[in-house]
Ligand binder design. Structure first.
Ligand code: 3PG
Length: 373
C-alpha cells in the first residue's frame, strides 16, 4: 500500500476521501476527533503544495444525521483553511477545482447526496467525473473501508492512489494486534455486531451484549429483558458460540437515582440495568491482567450517567495498566477515556473506527484496503 511519502504532490489535484462523519444533535454537527485528525492530513497535503479536493460523507440517507457538510467545513476551518462547495459534481465543483491554487483546499458536499456513491458497479457512474478532474486519490477514511462504495473502492481503480496519514496510522497500529491471542472485551449498544467476533477467542461480555449473552445462557433479567426486546437490541446467540464468553455476575441498577448493586441471583426484578457490578469488574480485571493483547469495543454500561461510569472506567484503567497491546474501538470509548482522565498513551491504539475496525478484528477483508492494493 502506497503512502503520502511515495508522491510529489506539488501542483497536483488531490482527491482526498476523508471521514468527517460525526454526531449530529438537533441539526448541529458536533466537533469530533475525526474532523480534527482529518485536518492534519489536509494540512500536510497543503504543505506539499497540492490542490486538495476533500470528499466525505455524513450520516445515512433517511436518518436524522444525513445532513450537508457545510458545518463540517466551518469546523475544519478552526484548524485549516478550507472552502465549502455546495455540490458534489457539476459546474460549481469544476470551477472551484480549476481555480484552486497550490496549497489550497475545498470541501465538496456530502458524497452520499449522490446515489451513485452506493453503486460502484454502475456503468457510467457519475462520480467518475471527479476522478477525471484529479491526479491522485488519497484514502484517509479507514473507518469507511468496510463499505463497498464508489469513493472507497472505485476511484483507486482509475488514478494513482495511496493511504492518507490517518489510514496509515490505523493500519500500522492494527498490524500489531495478535488476533489469535486477543482477549475481547465486548460492550456497547450494538450486540448484533459483537456476535461476529464469537469465533473462539476469550470474551468478557458487558453492556447490552453481556445481558444478551446471559439471557441466551438461560438467565432471566426481568425488566431488562423487556427493555432489550423493546429497543430491538436483543439478539439470539447459539450455545456453542457462548463457550468462551464470560458473563457478568452482578449488575448496577438505579434506585432513587442512585447506584445499587445486585447479585445475579437477585434477578429477575423490576429494575433496568445501567452498569456491570463490582464483582464482575474484579473478575474481568483478573482476566485482563493475564491477557497478551486486548480489543475493547463499546462501554460496559451507561458511562455518561453519573455513578454508572464505574464499570467502563475500571475496565479501561485495568487495560491501561496491563502490559498487553490494546486497541480501543469506537467514539464512545474515546469519550470515556477523555472523561476518566486516563493517559491516552497507556493504550496501544485508540481507533476512530467502529464497524471497519470490528470487521478487521473479525478477520474480514476490508474492500477499501483491498482497493488500495
Ligand atoms: C462510521 O461512522 O463508522 C463511518 O463513518 C462509516 O459510516 P457508516 O456506518 O454510515 O457507513
Amino acid at each position: 500500500m502506497k503512502t503520502l511519502k511515495d508522491f510529489n504532490f506539488k501542483g497536483k489535484n488531490v482527491l482526498l476521501r476523508a471521514d468527517l462523519n460525526s454526531d449530529v444533535k438537533n441539526g448541529r454537527v458536533l466537533m469530533s476527533e475525526r474532523i480534527k485528525e482529518s485536518a492534519r492530513t489536509i494540512d500536510y497535503l497543503k504543505g506539499k503544495k497540492a490542490k486538495v479536493v476533500v470528499i466525505a460523507h455524513q450520516g445515512t440517507p433517511g436518518k436524522d444525521d444525513f445532513v450537508s457538510l457545510k458545518q463540517h467545513a466551518q469546523l475544519l476551518n478552526r484548524f485549516t483553511k478550507i472552502k465549502f462547495v455546495n455540490e458534489v459534481i457539476g459546474k460549481k465543483t469544476e470551477n472551484a477545482i480549476e481555480n484552486l491554487k497550490n496549497g489550497e483546499s475545498i470541501l465538496l458536499e456530502n458524497i452520499r447526496f449522490e446515489e451513485d456513491e452506493f453503486m460502484p458497479e454502475k456503468e457510467g457512474n457519475r462520480l467518475l467525473n471527479l476522478v477525471e478532474l484529479c491526479d491522485i486519490y488519497v484514502n484517509d477514511a479507514f473507518s469507511v473501508c468496510h463499505r463497498k462504495q464508489t469513493s472507497i473502492v472505485l476511484f483507486p481503480k482509475y488514478i494513482k492512489s495511496c493511504a492518507g496519514l490517518l489510514l496509515e496510522k490505523e493500519v500500522n497500529a492494527l498490524k500489531k494486534i495478535k488476533i489469535k491471542d486477543c482477549l475481547y472485551v465486548l460492550g456497547g449498544a450494538k450486540p448484533e455486531d459483537s456476535i461476529r467476533l464469537l469465533k473462539g477467542n476469550k470474551v468478557l461480555a458487558c453492556g447490552l451484549f453481556g445481558q444478551c449473552c446471559l439471557i441466551n445462557k438461560g438467565k432471566s433479567l426481568g425488566e431488562q429483558d423487556r427493555y432489550l426486546r423493546e429497543q430491538k437490541a436483543f439478539v439470539e446467540i447459539s450455545k456453542d458460540k457462548l463457550k468462551n464468553v464470560e458473563t457478568p455476575v452482578d449488575f448496577a441498577v438505579k434506585v432513587n437515582n442512585k447506584r445499587k448493586e445486585l447479585k445475579l441471583d437477585e434477578f429477575p426484578n423490576k429494575y433496568e440495568i445501567f452498569d456491570i457490578g463490582s464483582k464482575t469488574i474484579d473478575k474481568y480485571v483478573n482476566e485482563i491482567k493475564k491477557a497478551k493483547a486486548i480489543y475493547m469495543k463499546g462501554p460496559c454500561g451507561d458511562a455518561n450517567e453519573k455513578g454508572f461510569e464505574k464499570g467502563t472506567f475500571s475496565i479501561l484503567k485495568a487495560i491501561a495498566k496491563s502490559k498487553a497491546y490494546s486497541v480501543i474501538g469506537g467514539g464512545h470509548l474515546s469519550d470515556a477515556i477523555e472523561a476518566s482522565g486516563i493517559n491516552k498513551k497507556k493504550f496501544g491504539h485508540i481507533s476512530l473506527s467502529g464497524g471497519a475496525l470490528l470487521n478487521y478484528v473479525a478477520g474480514e477483508k476490508l474492500p477499501g484496503l483491498e482497493a488500495l492494493g
